[in-house]
Design a binder for this molecule. Structure first.
Ligand SMILES: O=C[C@H](O)[C@H](O)COP(=O)(O)O
Ligand SMILES: C=C(OP(=O)(O)O)C(=O)O
Length: 447
């Protein structure tokens, strides 16, 4: 069990994350749900988590690239075969673009089957003079702006478990049952807009892949390897009642694992090195990640390494950097340098979404595609200059043609935002923008 005492380090004091846990109004109901979850079957298994740790070790060593993506906030309403299938297809398409165009193995991880709880900047929101608690994700309350919906309801944690079970069932069936077969590379694009530059580029690449597969078959190479895709799920480990209730001990080793998802991360707002969320990560053997914002101090990163990865084991710890395009070139180098000098063997991944959000005069939270791309570019530049590996991308995206981020392959502009703004929380890249980003990132990776 990973509970070694951290070595002492100095780090600036950051206030402990206040208020990101719901105040459940009905404690007896909370206890009853927690008891149910404690008795429930695990959603993921220790062996699968170990396999992902091995894959992420390759990322940390510079031999592979992580693609992690999905909704900002999953919702119960969208737990459907159509929605899960569209997100999965988008991620498979992006992975194929990155693999083929940059010739690196891509580790595929969804922000799926558990991404139902959201940290928020403010505890309440006001509309037309009425103030209500903020929406904290379907795990806690409802998005509708009325007092009953916004009241935290612990029974929602049971629904998270059920929705995650359904999503995982779909993911497992789709990735193992022929849907993810590389021969379907054209079919993955069916139903999506193909007359955009990114869509056309994808179709060309799919033609090339088909020709390569035919060539391989003609040479007698067995097609078995391309029939299924290895796919993992991840979410922010925010709601500690839920996460603790789903910890299971691995029979093989007696070690605790989070059974709520393969990879669990702690977000920018709850990453206090002495806080309860870090302590949760410290107690589980899954691969774990910490989001790193622009104000992170190098000493803090060393504390994360000491706490979460005392054995400096590649694959155990990933830093997901989300600085904002304006700051990444300036602030990331000293963090990477210090961590490397300390012997950390972490994977470095870029989240180009969370540092680049702004609200339009119409009240839509959005992000500009060019700015997202600029942060990715800055992230690559920093790693190239330091001789370290730009290990992956962490993005909020969906397989639908929503209009939530502006610019990019499918040219959504500000005036389009109200047309299909469907996110329950932050703006996501739509299908075309996601494919566009994959092509651009592949160029950077190849370069
Ligand atoms: O994913 C997102 C977070 O919950 C979000 O960025 C916080 O958003 P807020 O600033 O609207 O609360
Ligand atoms: C809230 C999130 O990110 P961050 O913690 O980086 O703000 C998120 O990824 O959903």
């Amino acid at each position: 069990m990973d509970v070694s005492a951290p070595k002492s380090r100095t780090a600036p004091a950051i206030p402990p994350a206040p208020g990101q846990q719901p105040q459940w109004p009905d404690e007896a109901a909370r206890d009853a749900v927690v008891a149910e979850l404690r008795a429930a079957a695990p959603l993921v298994f220790a062996e699968e988590c170990d396999r992902l740790r091995d894959r992420l070790a390759a990322v940390a060593r510079g031999e592979a690239f992580l693609l992690q993506g999905g909704d900002c906030a999953e919702t119960f309403r969208q737990t459907s075969a159509e929605s899960v299938g569209a997100t999965l297809r988008t991620l498979l398409q992006m992975a194929v673009v990155l693999t083929y165009a940059a010739s690196v193995p891509v580790v595929k991880v969804g922000r799926m089957a558990g991404q139902y709880a959201k940290p928020r900047s403010a505890p309440a929101e006001t509309r037309d003079g009425v103030t209500l608690p903020v929406y904290r994700g379907d795990a806690v309350n409802g998005p509708e702006f009325d007092a009953a919906a916004r009241r935290p309801d612990p029974r929602r944690m049971r629904r998270v478990y059920d929705a995650s079970t359904t999503t995982l069932n779909l993911v497992r069936a789709l990735t193992q049952g022929g849907f993810a077969d590389l021969h379907q590379v054209h079919a993955w694009n069916r139903g999506f807009v193909t007359d955009s530059p990114a869509g056309r580029r994808y179709e060309e690449l799919a033609d090339e892949i088909e020709r390569s597969l035919l060539f391989m078959h003609a040479c007698g190479v067995a097609p078995g390897e391309v029939h299924a895709a290895e796919f993992f799920v991840s979410h922010e480990g925010l709601l500690l009642d839920y996460e603790n209730a789903l910890v299971r001990t691995d029979d093989r080793t007696g070690t605790p694992y989070a059974s709520s998802g393969h990879l669990i991360w702690v977000g920018e707002r709850t990453r206090h090195p002495d806080g309860a969320h870090l302590d949760f990560l410290r107690r589980i053997r899954n691969p774990v990640a910490v989001k790193i914002g622009p104000d992170a101090h190098p000493d803090e990163l060393l504390r994360y390494v000491d706490r979460l990865d005392p054995d400096r084991e590649p694959g155990r710890l990933t830093f997901v950097v989300r600085m904002g395009a304006e700051r990444v070139r300036d602030r990331l180098p000293r963090l990477v340098e210090k961590a490397v000098a300390d012997g950390a063997r972490v994977a470095w991944v870029c989240d180009p979404m969370h540092g680049n959000t702004f609200v339009t005069p119409t009240g839509h939270k959005t992000r500009r595609f060019d700015v997202i791309l600029d942060e990715v570019q800055g992230f690559f530049e920093v790693h190239r200059a330091l001789g370290t590996h730009a290990g992956g991308l962490h993005v909020e995206l969906t397989g639908s043609d929503v209009t939530e981020c502006v610019g990019g392959g499918s040219t959504v502009d500000m005036a389009d935002l109200p047309l299909r703004y469907e996110s329950a929380c932050d703006p996501r890249l739509n299908h075309g923008q996601s494919i566009d980003l994959a092509f651009r990132a592949a160029e950077m990776l190849r370069g």
